[in-house]
Design a binder for this molecule. Structure first.
Ligand code: ARG
Ligand code: GLU
Length: 705
């Protein structure tokens, strides 16, 4: 009897522990994998997560500013997101004298909240699978014709969809264009900054700790949605009032344990989970290395001056963070793909599929041929993208070039001019032409060195040496209109013909055009042609995978639409001899503290609180303040600011990053290595309460004990 009991107990224990998720997934909220979610610990129903007939959790989730996620956490429209998602706004309210990045910002009442003209948040109210309507009348059409009919069908569908005046419809392809979904959404445009910790909390560890676990960053900021008197979206106005949400998230300060269920609700941007192995190989061996190299050069050049000069540091802060972010991710991605043997494992899976379905065999052969043919063009394409992004001078040259082209073909309307002017002003605001000349001089010589000569402009040999480039660009800088940061753009735009004439003579524009022409003629067309064929293949391959592998539950790749990922709180063993626990605490902040360091300084007030041990009630079972934790949720860029919710739908954390060893999850999710990183909700409350003394904000929140 005792033996039998022991045996059953053993079964029970292994049964409980053995059930961990098999793979990742970013699920459309109307098609959740409820069975697995429940097995992993979800206690509410999926209809509490997404519902169109009564308030549900989705009514608290917003796409924040286009690239991030945020969530409503109070009945007065208070929105929580990451510090790094509000970074541009915090920076834009900062100057050397009033440096909100360094000092933080806490409005003391609604009046002190700061408006942000370019910021908006979007709620989704409905999701519909509209595949049939989108594919109507496309049977037996050729590829190009099909595309035209699809576009027409989408336009009609959008027109006919019942909606309120302030709603809009977005139709997005899923499963590599095999299905289409319509999202009804509402965008609020008056969003104000309410609070942000100093970056020594909100960006603690900065680029050194970015993508890294163990982590100690309080990466959060608070905003508020304002609406008109009818609670509808409106342009900024002093008369607007705090928005009243259908639902807001209660915040839990309960103990968090290894294995606890959690889910993430937000807007993952891009993943490629269904690529053939040959594509993964190319990313590791050919594309990531050149992208990383260009950014290496750019970052080193910027860093030198940012460290010497405070004004440059502020000007380039957001740009630097952006460039370094993907730079570091790609390095982790390549490493993780290698470590988890992603290519070999994917090949094995391909062979199994091909054995079951001969059609897949021939598709895989086509993939191999096309990727090989595309490789040199793909490398150039990656480099070109980096060149145009990292050189602000080229970015400006491209913009001005557009102006002169539009003038020539008569499309430079007054509105267009205003738009372009605004865009140029935005760049000039944080632009240092001497510094950028250095970046440009270096990366152009790298670009030339990497490419087959027949891809380059005829006179490429003049630009191979970075020092020579720099003295040339400095000379050009003296007369160029593109880099000359005109305060009076209105004046130069007054006569657009004259403007277009001077643009055509600008040395940077001429240089940029030569490069662009060579790229277009020798690379771009070829690259795109092959890419179109690859996309077509990927569509068939996706459909065939779904038809052939009956055991797997498929989710569509991320595409900036609303998704749910789920998993459990877990640490990890990312390398031989290394074991990470799932949680960090304030102790670690103090351990990492380096006085006056630009990344690891800690505000004196936080140190004082730490030494007084004034922590209650924001402690874990050991009496420490938890700062961050990891779980097995499958997330990607765009999920920043997404709420981490518990089995009951309470907010327990704020997603802001992934663990470096697992950043390959965009391509290959490995539950052993991939972890998302969240700020613990208790740390957020602790900072608002003890550090910022912002009681008026705490009073708005619902805390679950
Ligand atoms: N790695 C995070 C994400 O992908 C945080 C980025 C912001 N922080 C930074 N140091 N650049 O967006
Ligand atoms: N930091 C990322 C973002 O801005 C989220 C982390 C990730 O890529 O997983 O969206």
């Amino acid at each position: 009897m005792r033996r039998l009991f022991g045996f059953i107990l053993l079964l029970f224990i292994t049964g409980v522990f053995a059930f961990s998720q098999k793979s990742g997934g970013m699920w459309i909220p109307t098609e959740l994998n409820e069975k697995e979610m429940k097995e992993l610990g979800l206690q509410i129903s999926v209809s509490d997560i997404f519902n169109t007939t009564r308030p549900s959790i989705k009514d608290a989730i917003v796409q924040f500013g286009g690239g991030c996620t945020g969530e409503v956490i109070s009945p007065r429209g208070l929105v929580l997101t990451n510090h790094h998602c509000g970074y541009g706004e915090i920076q834009s309210h900062s100057s050397v004298d009033n440096d909100l990045l360094t000092n933080g910002f806490w409005a003391k009442n609604n009046k002190e909240e700061l408006p942000n003209p370019d910021l908006s948040v979007t709620f989704v109210t409905e999701i519909h699978n509209v595949t049939q309507a989108v594919f109507a009348n496309t049977a037996n059409l050729s590829g190009a014709e099909t595309q035209k009919v699809i576009e027409k069908n989408i336009e009609e569908l959008k027109k006919d969809f019942p909606k309120k005046s302030y709603q809009h419809i977005v139709v997005k392809p899923m499963y590599a264009d095999n299905q289409y979904y319509a999202f009804v959404s509402e965008t609020y445009r008056d969003i104000r900054l309410v609070g942000a910790p100093p970056q020594s909390i909100g960006k603690f560890g900065s680029d050194t700790d970015n993508w890294v676990w163990p982590r100690h960053t309080g990466d959060f900021a608070l905003f508020r949605i304002y609406a008109n008197k009818n609670n509808e979206p409106a342009d900024y106005s002093e008369d607007n009032v705090p928005f009243i949400p259908k639902h807001y998230l209660p915040i839990s300060v309960k103990e968090l344990k290894e294995g606890d269920f959690t889910f993430i609700f937000g807007y993952p941007g891009r993943t490629s989970e269904y690529l053939p192995s040959i594509a993964i190989e190319q990313i590791i061996n050919d594309l990531n290395p050149v992208r990383i190299a260009i950014r290496d050069i750019t970052l080193k050049t910027l860093d030198e001056k940012m460290r010497q000069d405070n004004a440059t540091r502020i000007k380039y802060a957001a740009k630097y963070a952006g460039i370094s972010n993907a730079w570091k991710k790609w390095q982790g991605e390549s490493k993780g793909l290698k470590r988890s043997n992603a290519v070999a494992k994917r090949e094995k899976y391909e062979n199994e599929l091909a054995d079951k379905n001969p059609e897949i065999k021939s598709i895989l052969a086509d993939f191999r041929r096309l990727y090989a043919e595309q490789k040199p063009y793909a490398v150039n394409n990656a480099l070109w993208g980096e060149l145009s992004r990292n050189s602000e001078t080229f970015y400006l040259a491209a913009l001005f070039n557009r102006i002169s082209q539009m003038q020539a073909n008569g499309s430079l309307t007054k509105d267009k001019s205003d738009e372009l002017k605004a865009e140029i002003r935005q760049i000039y605001k944080d632009y240092d032409k001497t510094l950028d000349a250095k970046v440009t001089a270096k990366i152009i010589s790298y670009y030339i060195a990497q490419l087959p000569k027949q891809f380059l402009p005829l006179d490429y040999a003049k630009y191979t040496d970075e020092n020579r480039n720099l003295s040339l660009f400095e000379k050009w800088n003296k007369k160029s209109m593109v880099t000359n940061n005109y305060n009076d753009l209105d004046k130069i735009f007054a006569d657009t013909q004259k403007l277009a004439n001077s643009i055509k003579k600008d040395p940077f524009v001429i240089f940029y055009n030569n490069l662009l022409e060579a790229y277009n003629a020798n690379v771009n067309e070829k690259y795109r042609g092959i890419q179109e064929q690859i996309n077509g293949l990927q569509k068939s391959y996706m459909a065939l995978q779904m038809a052939t592998d009956k055991e797997k539950v498929f989710f569509p790749d991320a595409n900036f639409t609303l998704r749910v990922s789920y998993g459990q709180v877990h640490g990890s063993k990312p390398a031989d001899g290394v074991e990470y626990s799932y949680q960090t605490t304030l102790d670690g902040v103090v351990e990492k503290y380096i006085p006056d360091d630009y990344e690891f300084d800690v505000p004196q007030k936080l140190l004082d609180i730490y030494h007084k041990q004034d922590f209650v009630p924001y402690t874990n079972a050991q009496g420490k303040v938890p700062v961050a934790f990891t779980a097995t949720n499958h997330t990607t860029g765009g999920n920043s600011g997404s709420p981490a919710l518990d089995a009951q739908g309470n907010l327990i954390g704020l997603n802001f990053d992934r663990q470096w060893e697992g950043t390959m999850s965009d391509i290959y999710f490995d539950p052993e290595l991939c972890r998302n990183i969240m700020v613990d909700a208790r740390y957020i409350l602790f900072i608002i309460d003890k550090f910022a003394d912002a009681d008026w904000l705490l009073d708005e929140l619902t805390i679950v004990k």
